[in-house]
Design a protein around this ligand. Sequence first.
Ligand code: ADP
Ligand code: MG
Length: 341
Amino acid sequence: MASVAGDSPPVKARGLVKRYKDLLAVDHIDLNVNAGEVYGFLGPNGAGKTTTLRMLLGLIMPTAGHIELFGRDPIREGARALDGVAGFVEAPRFYPYLSGRKNLRMMAALDGLGARARVDEVLDTVDLTDAADKRAGAYSHGMGQRLGIAGALLRRPELLVLDEPATGLDPAGIRDMRVLIGRLASEGITVLLSSHQLAEVQEICDRVAIVRSGKVAYEGPLADLRGAAGNGYRLHTSDDRRAAELARTTPGIHALSVGEAELRFDASERDAGALSLALGAAGVAIYRMAPTLASLEDLFFELTEGGGAAAHGMATPDGTAPAGAASGGTAETTERAAGTV
Ligand SMILES: Nc1ncnc2c1ncn2[C@@H]1O[C@H](COP(=O)(O)OP(=O)(O)O)[C@@H](O)[C@H]1O
Ligand SMILES: [Mg+2]
């Protein structure tokens, strides 16, 4: 792929602000997306994800701040800075009475650059060949999302920006979307995607920014976030009662709970390892010791909903719930409470 990039990163944003009257929708956000990575822009509804992506794509003006895409400024340089960048925010839009293929042909005509010759190829990439002649208006939500990606791929992007591509999809659709994004990434396309569901995207993201109320609460690899949080573990042994006694006296083992058929605790990898040695020395056989993702989910939840940001040494949240998060948040809280030990 001919590089438009040089050595400049796909996205470098500094101090991005977007104010709507009294509302700071985006409040001094810094973002760094490196070439070749799948970058997750995560946060609850109303956190400012779409607004940020709109600014990156030059669709709205920032109130303040600076953006570079491959070293070029979309605010000062306009469309020229968007060479090699494609994507959509909220939902892709099509002519519902035209087929998927005709929609892409129309986009290709606007894009030029031999895009028309690639219509069939991109339909194939997103697995819409069989449905290419159906009316786009009759597409399922997932097919519409994939047609949107196909439209973006016509431009041979080096950076693909996708706003909540997995939201509203059923589990099979989410899996297909993950596979598609993984395939595009393996072809060298840098992907910036947003989501309000950590679980939907955590497997495919190399790095993430977690936003809350317009501020970045965390930016970095998910593995580091997990490391900082300490892993949750489930443990089943030949003698769980004895194992619980040992766990209580092993430094670094927290939040121990004893269930019917297993123990649960939080610990760093090293402290969990120390417990395994102590169990062995005491003649207790480990049948199963498995890290759980629950603590990462919990941390995401804390960072985005609770008072957790301050506890993790990050900027103190302003305490107001982001608009639009209230109803979803309540349902999730109930669900989580039910599933938490
Ligand atoms: N055009 C607009 N005018 C006024 N408020 C807006 C506008 N666009 C977004 N907002 C507000 O900005 C905040 C962030 O919205 P948005 O970026 O859409 O969040 P997300 O994509 O993370 O769900 C929300 O409180 C939203 O209501
Ligand atoms: Mg949004």
